[in-house]
Design a protein around this ligand. Structure first.
Ligand code: SF4
Length: 1014
């Protein structure tokens, strides 16, 4: 080991790399006594703590929160251009700047870069400028001049546009606020430190260094007593061929279904039998522990002995221990781990994850974000303009979503059992009157977890956070890694909350920030009976590209670099407004996305000792083709004689022939094998015959119609049906089965045709009842219209008031939004208008039976079976003739008797009632009518043209409905015969989908029906 060059300080680009450096040095026996090994930022922080003026470094979260507060204040003037009095709007894509009124007030103006899909808020643009520019003379001078009112283009603001000046002024305000809070930007500290540091020789090595930023360069030039050596990270110029002895292979799953299966195959092949696991050296801490050590911001480590050498590590690191036999570098390792690890463990391998997960994707993050959405009153605020309804503001019920509370209830942070959570969800959905405040009060009283989470979600209460932390620690039925992840998420929210409080912001800002945070996640899973953590190194480590790159050369036998597509790793730097502003001030970019990718790829190439496998999914989740990322193309070019030629790579893999050797492919056709992540045939556990469709099995046939309980408690065992059921079966047998027997009803209490229909029926029933009781009249006549309208108004008012007191099962009509209130008002108007129509209808008849139970509490015979049901209304004349009236909200052509000429039966409810009434009441039916009270008042059905005059049935297509060539009773008999045949089919179990008209399919709940029409 070469110990001839010694350094006092070894600086690495980040804390992860510093930790990895120390580990590799320890593995290779290189002493670091007295050597400070740290990330650059952590080292500067340490120096400031020792030699600074006592101010504390501002954290990224605090910076963003303070700038957000400044940005909100800016809406009141700070960010307004003094010349035009307009607010700033920057266009980062082209560097153009414009001025537009109102953009800050609408949530910080839009700044969209070329490669960006998401607009950056002004506060985040300012934060990026501050992080890169503060401490640099040109930037500081520009901020100073902007605050002193110098105009764009003058003084230090030369090159700065008018729209950028208010941003600089806002940054000035932020720096003043920072000073008041006794905080300091790292850039400011870097500029001040050369004056404060003791001027004694210090040997500094910048190892694996990225290009120095202007701030770093200025710092080292201002400290001439430091002997600085920079060892640039390799690979900035682009990939090279893989090291000698390392086999390069390419893997191409054809799509997202094949992707995890192929990666599992690769890991399995690389590992061989589980018994070979010992081949993986066991000298590195388990990833869980490693991730933990890298989790903090500050990774500085100082040792006492100044004679230690860091240089020996550089040569000896490949001799050190391996992180795992197989390392997989993935864009989202947590997702990959979730899909692949269980299959690997089943085959006896130990798999580990070291990665980062978005706060909102952790169990805690999801739960608290769902609860906050539920509690946050203003989430659906604003006014919408709806055609036909005008401007509509959401009501309280519309401002919250039941699904948000259900998501929280089903999370581990509700303290509820699954059964209780599902019940809460079902109760909420079945009750349109459920109020958020009532639900909260109930949950607050019963559930301490809810109370704590509510306080945290709304008030960022620190005590609530402590209670939740204790609760997570008590969740011993969960793995330690899971608990660590949730605690990390909780702490992330607390950090965001502290930053928001410092800046005087509310919970909104804290949650916005928390949602952008990521937390460390680590897992290790091992076969039963094997202590994975004790092994030291797992068989497979899944991690992100940066972490894999920091593991060092020779850190694994097989390195699998996945997701090497241009979409996952774009090479272009985002052209946002912060970059444009910094360029205007002469602050140049030190690094680029492409250079970072090249360095990472170079490190990955050298991480493997045996195989380097490069994976690119050929199609993305939308089945669109993918394209290789730039570094993959560059790497392939290293193996080509003429990189400018195109013929040799004109194939689906974009590879020359020599690199196609040993390619790993997997298609998406083997669905089951891909899903099971194994090509081994699945053992047959049970054989299940495909379900019978279109018919009820002979064993279940007796249950096609369930026994009925009649009034008085008598149970009727023989099949008993209602006219509406029969009509539904005739419409389509399978629809009847789905609606009536499977009951594919929605869980949510509705506000639709069913509820509207029941409301209208009840109101009309009540109206006629009071006509005869209060006015002593049975029929509405033109003369009685004024009293009838008064009565109807009274009836409607009482029925509206009654709705909230009805049971949910009574199809109550509860409007909860302005739109629904207007729909109810519209229905009332229709019913009121219906009175005019009613005054012209059947003047020689009068309503005699209302909501008439045709079976009088029992069951009557019809079509060879039992029947029960209630006719809406039966009008009778002085001659003992009757017309059955069925109220409808709307009617179609199928209601007319004339459809029988097309060979179908059409609607039969009123005809069935007519036949039954003929037998039970001894009346002579002369009409079976469907009367529409909807927007277009009209009548359809069948009537005896020899008895009822056409003029007494207004708005009817008489030629389609009239029966004049034969007795009306023939129509009733013919209907009963057809119904009897249909009932035989029903009771024989025939439920084939057979829609009578395309209209039957319109509102059918059977979504996957091969016979669907229309
Ligand atoms: S979709 Fe049409 S054919 Fe199919 S079950 Fe429903 S109504 Fe019948």
């Amino acid at each position: 080991m070469d110990t001839s060059i010694a350094y006092d300080v070894v600086l690495l680009p980040d804390t992860d790399r510093a930790v990895a450096y120390r580990k590799r040095a320890a593995d290779s026996g290189c002493s670091l006594m007295g050597v400070t090994v740290a990330g650059f930022g952590a080292w500067v922080r340490d120096l400031w703590e020792l030699y600074g003026d006592g101010r504390t470094f501002v954290s990224r979260l605090e910076r963003e929160a303070l700038l957000r507060a400044a940005c909100e204040r800016a809406a009141d003037g700070d960010c307004v251009d003094p010349e035009s009095d307009k607010r700033a709007q920057l266009d980062g894509a082209s560097g153009r700047c414009g001025l537009a009124e109102g953009c800050i007030a609408e949530g910080a103006c839009a700044l969209v870069g070329n490669g960006e899909t998401e607009a950056l808020g002004l506060d985040r643009v300012a934060a990026a400028c501050v992080a890169a520019g503060v401490g640099l003379p040109a930037f500081d001078a520009a901020v100073r001049d902007a605050c002193q009112g110098v105009l764009a283009g003058a003084g230090a603001l030369e090159g700065v546009t008018r729209a950028e000046v208010p941003v600089l002024r806002m940054i000035g305000g932020y720096l003043d606020r920072l000073a008041q809070l006794e905080l300091i930007e790292p850039g400011q500290a870097l500029a001040l430190l050369p004056e404060l540091l003791p001027q004694r020789p210090l040997r500094v090595l910048l190892e694996d260094a990225a290009p120095l930023t202007p701030g770093h360069e200025a710092f080292f030039s201002a400290c001439p007593w430091m002997g600085v050596e920079v060892r640039a990270a390799s690979g900035s110029q682009g990939p090279v061929r893989a090291p000698e002895g390392v086999r390069v292979r390419f893997a191409f799953p054809s799509g997202q279904y094949a992707w995890p299966a192929l990666l599992a195959d690769i890991a399995r092949d690389a590992l061989g039998a589980a018994a070979d696991r010992g081949a993986a050296p066991a000298a590195v801490a388990a990833p869980a522990a490693a991730a933990g050590s890298a989790a903090g911001d500050d990774g500085a480590s100082s040792c006492e002995d100044a004679s230690g050498s860091a240089d020996g590590y550089r040569d000896g690191r490949s001799a050190g221990a391996q992180a795992a036999a197989v390392v997989v570098a993935a864009k989202d390792p947590a997702v990959l781990f979730g899909r692949v690890a269980p299959a690997l463990v089943r085959q006896g391998h130990v798999a580990a994850l070291r990665g980062r997960r978005r706060f909102a994707d952790t169990a805690f993050g999801r739960a608290i974000c769902s609860l906050r959405r539920f509690l946050d009153e203003g989430q659906a605020g604003g006014v919408a303009h709806i055609e036909g309804y005008g401007d509509i503001a959401p009501t309280d019920v519309e401002r919250w979503d039941r699904a948000d509370l259900a998501d929280w209830a089903l999370s581990p942070f509700s303290g509820m059992t699954k059964k209780a959570a599902f019940k809460l969800d079902a109760d909420m959905r079945a009750d349109r009157t459920a109020r958020r405040s009532d639900l909260c009060a109930r949950l607050r009283a019963d559930n301490p977890m809810f109370a704590a989470m509510e306080r945290l979600a709304l008030q960022l209460d620190a005590q609530a956070a402590a209670e939740l932390e204790a609760a997570v620690r008590r969740m011993t039925n969960r793995s330690e890694a899971w608990r660590a992840e949730q605690l990390a998420a909780l702490r992330a929210l607390q950090r965001a909350a502290d930053a928001a409080k410092l800046a005087g912001l509310g919970a909104d800002a804290a949650f916005d920030q928390a949602k952008r945070l990521k937390v460390n996640v680590s897992r290790i899973v091992a076969p039963r009976g094997c202590d994975g953590a004790a092994l030291g190194a797992p068989d497979v480590l899944m991690t992100d590209q940066n972490t894999a790159a920091s593991l060092g050369s020779g850190s694994c036998r097989v390195l699998v670099a996945t997701d090497l597509t241009s979409a996952a790793y774009p090479a272009a730097d985002p052209e946002d407004a912060s970059r444009v502003l910094l360029e205007h001030l002469g602050v140049k970019r030190a690094d680029s996305a492409l250079a970072r990718m090249r360095r990472a790829f170079f490190a990955l190439e050298h991480a493997a000792t045996d195989q380097l496998i490069l994976e690119r999914c050929l199609n993305d989740s939308s089945a669109d083709p993918t394209y290789p990322c730039v570094v993959l193309e560059e790497f392939v070019d290293c193996y080509r004689d003429d990189p400018t030629a195109t013929e040799d790579i004109d194939n689906p893999y974009s590879l020359p022939e020599r690199l196609q050797d040993g390619m790993l492919l997997r298609g998406e056709d083997a669905l089951c094998a891909n899903d099971a992540l194994s090509d081994a045939p699945a053992p047959e556990a049970a054989r299940i015959e495909p379900p019978l469709t279109g018919a009820v099995s002979s064993e279940a046939r007796s249950l096609v119609v369930l026994p009925r309980v009649l009034q008085g408690g008598q149970v009727l065992d023989e099949p008993c049906l209602s006219p509406s059921q029969i009509e539904s079966y005739l419409e389509c047998p399978y629809k009847w089965f789905a609606q009536r027997r499977l009951r594919l009803d929605d869980l949510d209490e509705g506000f639709g045709p069913l509820e509207m229909g029941d409301f209208a029926h009840n109101a009309l029933h009540s109206f006629y009842k009071h006509m005869s009781e209060d006015l002593g009249e049975a029929k509405v006549t033109p003369q009685l219209l004024p009293q009838a309208r008064k009565l109807m108004a009274d009836v409607l008012a009482r029925h509206k008031a009654l709705q909230p007191h009805l049971r949910q099962s009574e199809n109550r009509l509860i409007p909860t939004s302005q739109v629904e209130h207007r729909e109810l008002a519209e229905l009332e108007r229709k019913l009121m208008d219906y009175l005019d129509f009613e005054a012209e209808l059947l003047p020689t008849f009068a309503p005699k039976y209302l909501e008439y139970d045709v079976a009088c509490g029992g069951a009557v015979d019809y079509a060879g079976h039992k029947l029960l049901g209630t006719a809406d209304r039966i009008d009778v004349d002085g001659e003992g003739r009757c017309a059955i009236i069925d109220y409808k909200g709307s009617i179609s052509g199928s209601y007319a008797l004339g459809v029988r000429e097309e060979g179908r039966l059409g609607k039969v409810q009123a005809l069935i009632y007519a036949q039954v009434v003929r037998r039970t009441l001894g009346l002579e039916p002369v009409g079976a009518l469907y009367v529409c009270y909807g927007r277009r008042k009209m009548i359809s059905g069948a009537y005896d043209g020899r008895v009822i005059e056409n003029a007494h049935l207004p708005n009817m297509r008489h030629k389609d409905c009239m029966c004049a060539d034969r007795p009306f009773s023939d129509v009733l008999d013919e209907t009963e015969e057809a119904v009897a045949a249909a009932l035989e089919r029903m009771l024989a179990g025939d439920i084939r989908p057979r829609p009578e008209t395309p209209e039957a399919c319109k509102w059918c709940p059977v979504s996957s029906c091969s016979e669907r029409r229309g």
